[in-house]
Design a protein around this ligand. Sequence first.
Ligand SMILES: Nc1nc2c(ncn2[C@@H]2O[C@H](COP(=O)(O)OP(=O)(O)OP(=O)(O)O)[C@@H](O)[C@H]2O)c(=O)[nH]1
Ligand SMILES: [Zn+2]
Length: 219
Amino acid sequence: MTSKEAILSESAQIVKSALIERGLETPMLPNELSPEVRKDKIEHHMREILTLMSLDLNDDSLADTPRRIAKMYVDEIFSGLDYANFPKITVIENKMGFDEMVKVNDISLTSTCEHHLVTIDGVATVAYLPSKSIIGLSKINRIVRFFAQRPQVQERLTQQVLVALQALLGTQDVAVKMDAVHYCVKSRGVMDSTSSTTTTALGGKFKSNPATRAEFLSN
Ligand SMILES: Nc1nc2c(ncn2[C@@H]2O[C@H](COP(=O)(O)OP(=O)(O)OP(=O)(O)O)[C@@H](O)[C@H]2O)c(=O)[nH]1
Ligand SMILES: [Zn+2]
């Protein structure tokens, strides 16, 4: 374990190990650079890219764009590449023995396509059947957001949320559904402005029990 990993929260470590074990981790290289150093380097390279596109960065509207992009990448839209940003998770004992489905509908989902680095815009629905633990509701939204803030393909994003919740809740009985518009399909390439893509990842009873599956997939 590196010194950087040693300061990760217990939740972040549990989730990271579960993804690696399932072969679902985002392809990433070790990165020991601080966020500030990464921003400086990205700013430098972004300046080169924009100049190669023949933009005049002396213009006052463009002058700060390389820095803005660097900050946006590291602190915002790709912040989920750093497990130091994994949300604080509150899992509490299921003392009330709640054993029916908990389902969070229509979680806002904004991610970035890893093939073109343009927006993926959609919603996620996440459910689980409580076993020993229940999780603070907002934490489900935060976990979706953490993994959305990486370059993604929708299939992997859906599965990462599934495996993260399975690991944190100690149950296989988790389900995730995502419906999203890919701007690489909408604003360029095939230029289809009406299609959307639905992906599901089902674990435990959501996969094996038709009634549970149907209850989740119905609205
Ligand atoms: N399976 C999957 N494919 C995706 C996702 N996001 C983007 N893509 C696709 O990734 C593919 C990349 O294909 P390429 O042929 O290498 O790229 P391209 O020449 O830009 O392709 P076009 O988009 O068809 O113009 C495209 O078909 C995209 O639609 C995703 O989340 N999941
Ligand atoms: Zn794309």
